[in-house]
Design a protein around this ligand. Structure first.
Ligand SMILES: *Cc1c(COP(=O)(O)O)cnc(C)c1O
Length: 396
């Protein structure tokens, strides 16, 4: 019997794929797929025999999940993890054949889609096992493999230690579902101390031992995110799930210095003006000129992913040199002070994220730097570059 699946429309809000006709506004994100492949080699060096399942949730951390997945699949990645069923289906529809683990745990009415698209769900409660079993009985004869999530300290998803026996008994009674993997997730793998991560490993290894003692034989056991992969060998187990590191950003200063950022965000100066001492700039006039100044307008704002808290705090690069943001970040624009940028003119490239070389020097703005100014983390900066910024994929 054919499995009824309704997936005609993309249900994931993804950035628009760029074509040259999209480049009316000069603001765009350049995604360097060569650097992505390089980063896969770097994480493989840390992983040794441990397999790599790249985490491509949230549209591949804002880089464009289908293109990222295609590149990693061709480079031989072992598997892919996403948060949402919708994200997994998007990748299957894009022709990705690699194993895909759906980690978010919310499948709504999508149990049939998990089967139809050959996806592996992460499960943590008995109701999920029963719903899957019903679907398997209706639509196919072979059991479905699932990965059981263990809560070892996040208190978010997963079976807690005291509930593990009950859960295992339940799974044993459902032949349509096979326990093929076990996983947990670290809360502090990027903290100064690895003590908390070690403790989570203790709890996880105990849960795995309990499960094996109960007669199960999970083929893969996994826990490591980027930070754990790069600094906690004990946590490597059978496979690792790096996200951030694949995109060239270290989860912590000083780890894997040879990672190469994959995304670069650039725009151009679209307007220039000279202002006088005391003139104000932007909403609420939070900046006033303390000297005669040259201000430039850049068409990228908070709706594109420049955090508004960067107002009067952030910086960009022009002609290879740093220029401060002045006044409040607007929805569609920022204003920058180019008084110190000799020769700054209309159509000069402005780099918001990434490196720039120019006649005045060379410099780089990292996701970590922006996150520091915005009092957040680099993950949020990357995933925050909005759909309005077209992605251009570059093969170096
Ligand atoms: C996001 C996520 C990862 C990857 O985390 P990074 O720090 O980006 O490497 C791994 N596992 C789970 C369960 C996640 O949600």
């Amino acid at each position: 019997m054919a499995i009824p699946v309704l997936t005609p429309l993309p249900r994931v809000q993804r950035p628009r794929r760029a074509t040259p006709a999209d480049a009316v506004r000069p603001t765009r994100a350049e995604v360097n797929l060569g650097n992505l492949r390089h980063n896969l080699r770097v994480v493989r060096r840390f992983a040794g025999a441990t397999r790599i399942w790249g985490v491509l949730k949230a549209d591949g951390y804002g880089h464009g999940a289908p293109a990222v997945a295609r590149t990693l699949e061709r480079a031989g990645i072992d598997g892919i993890c996403v948060a949402l069923l919708e994200e997994a289906v998007e990748l299957r529809n894009a022709g990705i054949n690699t194993p895909i683990l759906v980690m978010g745990g919310y499948y709504g009415h999508g149990w049939g889609e998990l089967l139809a698209h050959d996806l592996t769900p992460v499960v943590y409660d008995a109701g999920q096992i029963d719903a899957l079993a019903r679907e398997v009985r209706l639509y196919r004869q072979t059991p479905i493999g699932v990965h059981l999530k263990i809560d070892t300290g996040m208190s978010r998803l997963g079976v807690r230690h005291d509930a593990l026996h009950g859960m295992l008994d339940h799974i044993r009674g459902v032949p349509e579902v096979r326990l093929t993997g076990m996983m947990t997730h670290f809360a502090n793998a990027d903290a100064d101390s690895l003590d908390a991560t070690d403790h989570q490993c203790d709890l996880f290894e105990r849960a795995v031992a309990t499960t094996r003692a109960a007669g199960f034989d999970p083929e893969v056991v996994h826990a490591a995110n980027s930070a754990a992969l790069l600094r906690a060998p004990r946590s490597h187990y059978d496979l690792a799930r790096p996200g951030l590191a694949l995109f060239g950003v270290s989860p912590r200063p000083g780890l894997a210095a040879d990672l190469r950022p994959v995304m670069r965000v650039r725009s151009e100066i679209v307007a220039l003006r000279d202002v006088q001492l005391g003139d104000a700039a932007g909403y609420c006039s939070t900046w006033t000129a303390s000297r005669p100044s040259k201000l430039a307008t850049v068409p990228m704002g908070y709706a594109d992913g420049i955090p508004r808290v960067l107002s009067n705090r952030g910086r960009v690069l022009v002609r290879g040199k740093s220029a401060p943001m002045v006044g409040n970040v607007s929805m569609d624009m920022i204003t920058i002070d180019v008084t110190e940028i000799d020769g700054a003119t209309i159509r000069d490239e402005v780099v918001i994220l990434g490196p720039q070389q120019g006649p005045l020097g060379s410099d780089v703005i990292t996701a970590d730097e922006i996150a520091g100014h915005a009092d957040t983390i680099s993950w949020e900066i990357l995933t925050g570059i909005s759909r309005r910024v077209p992605r251009f994929f570059r093969e170096p």
